[in-house]
Design a protein. Sequence first.
Length: 736
Amino acid sequence: MAWGRKKSGGRKEPLFGLPAALADLRLSPEDRVPGGGGDKPAKPKRKSDVSADEKPRPSRSASRRRGKSGRFGIGRLFYWAVVLGLWSGIAVIGVVVWVGAHLPPIQSLEIPKRPPTIQIVGLDGSVLAQRGEMAGANVALKDLPPYLPKAFIAIEDRRFYSHYGVDPIGIGRALVANILHRSVSQGGSTLTQQLAKNLFLTQERTVQRKLQEVELALWLERKHSKNEILELYLNRVYFGSGAYGVEAAAQRYFGKSAKNVTVAEAAMLAGLVKSPSRLAPNRNPEGAEQRAQIVLAAMADAKFITEAQAKTSIGQPWVSVKPAGAGTVNYVADWIGEVLDDLVGQIDQDIVVQTTIDPKLQGVAEAAIIDELAAKSVKFNVSQGALVAMTPDGAVRALVGGRNYADSQYNRAVTAKRQPGSAFKPFVYLTAMESGLTPETIRTDAPLDVKGWKPENYTHEYFGSVTLTQALAMSLNTVAVRLGLEVGPKNVVRTAHRLGISSKLDANASIALGTSEVSVIELVGAYAPFANGGLGVSPHVVTRIRTSGGKILYDRPSDQLGRVIEPRFVAMMNAMMRETLISGTARKAEIPGWTAAGKTGTSQDFRDAWFIGYTASLVTGVWLGNDDNSPTKKATGGGLPVEVWTRFMKTAHQGVPVANLPNSQGGWALSNLVQASSQVTAPSYPAQPQMPPSPVPPAGAYRPSPTRASASPNPNARPEAAAGLDGWLVDRLFGR
């Protein structure tokens, strides 16, 4: 019990329980009066009643308490500092363990092999293109000019030789600079950290990746010497434009080895590391040069070069080298990339792919397509073109898959399939020759109705009785359809497949007018037997694949397709298609001094324009049209395609010894050919894959386009051989 305060004018009220305890606590020990539950507080003395000698002094226990309190504050601070330090250490160890758990075991880490490079070379051994990552050969540090590695040290890691993989001073300096600039103006990563990132990690910007980078940098420093790390770095860092390593970058940008770069060029290479894509000299020459000046200043500041050298190097001209593989040859490289897996399987080392491509002819083909389209694409509403040129044995010498590879990588020479129109007719006529007809066989050119389908000639004119040679040269549609029905659409399809067409062909009446789609390369390959005497070919571009060390991985075997056309029929078809260039739809096509043959083609509504022509040296096909299959403005096979073909072939045949088409001179005896032609029997060839036939188009259904014919000639005015078949063969085969 405690006594409460005395109320004014009343008595003191006793307090019990908790209030009493609280009241006691408020009293000092000196104020408490012993007496059990009835203790009363002593009456305090007045100040006047206390003498100077009786003034209270601090007790010894109070002094001890104050001393202990001061010592306790310092001790407590030390205690918590130790606890915090221990927990921080535990946290750091935990983070290190956690980061390490997400890395491969350090003892199993190895410097990974750089990705393989695929080098594609032409017929003359020159480099056409690179695929994969463009990496140069590893260059030893001792073989490089001393200022080249120093340029990287000056701008990227000035304290490279004094830190242990991580540079706290550099990190602090970068942190201060970034705070002052309120942006990321400097990086604190060392060359070792950058190498660790390039070798083992991704480019993502996360705390985890940065911590992994630190651990791997420390591991690299323990495992390798400084010079080994610097050499690895220089041979692996990315320089933009697909170039990895200083050797590839020097070749890519300056056309020389890294061993021969100047101080200015070394500074430019070192400057690229900050932002390879943005500062690549071939894309941003001004930005690359400004960055190089910063590097030169850093080299001078680090005493790696003199101030005079820095001033002399600033503003030095440099030469940007046109990259190998620029332009349409990339269509060739893409095609090669698609077949490599079938030829050599998975690639795990650098390889060299030797091709049949003639770089000079590739350039001529590219110019022919691009220039002709530039001049006439608007007039004829033609946006794209493709060209394939191959030797009679199927070796592709030039391939253009489109007008501009940078704008569109779609390969219109290999991948695209379009209606060949009348360029398909030679397979119809060859089937007719093999069925017993001859070039002088007469058929009627007149209106035709096939169950409601009425094919027409381009000029809507009809010439009555004409020879098959005239009909093919003038590209008369009604005669081709009649022949196709006569020999059977299935047999026409078999002939086309036998000669090399691999696409699905619909065996119906319209097949005679080329309504089934094919690619440029397979159509050109199917014409090759006419140029080589009747042998089947496989269009090809790869001849050999070897490792960079010279080990042969693939060597193309010779074709084993054998004969697909009998010699006498080759002679007939060559004579007939030669007439196309003399008096038919391809009269603009000419190669001075050479005997050439071929066939034009135009699909429905002028959507596709073709010309496939050949000599004994080269078979070349040209296609022009639009990717969206929209109609052109009456672009025909005898127009632009013939002009492109002629421009290319004239150049391609310069300096080449003249040769005649097979069976025209120096071939089989003419008497045997005449006798065989008068007693023709269908030849027997190995069975070819057959496609299911399609029904003849009913009335109102798809209508094949009329193909172009020449201006209305008078068949009766055409000079004929006076001596019948003998005279015809002499005239056409010997050109008399």
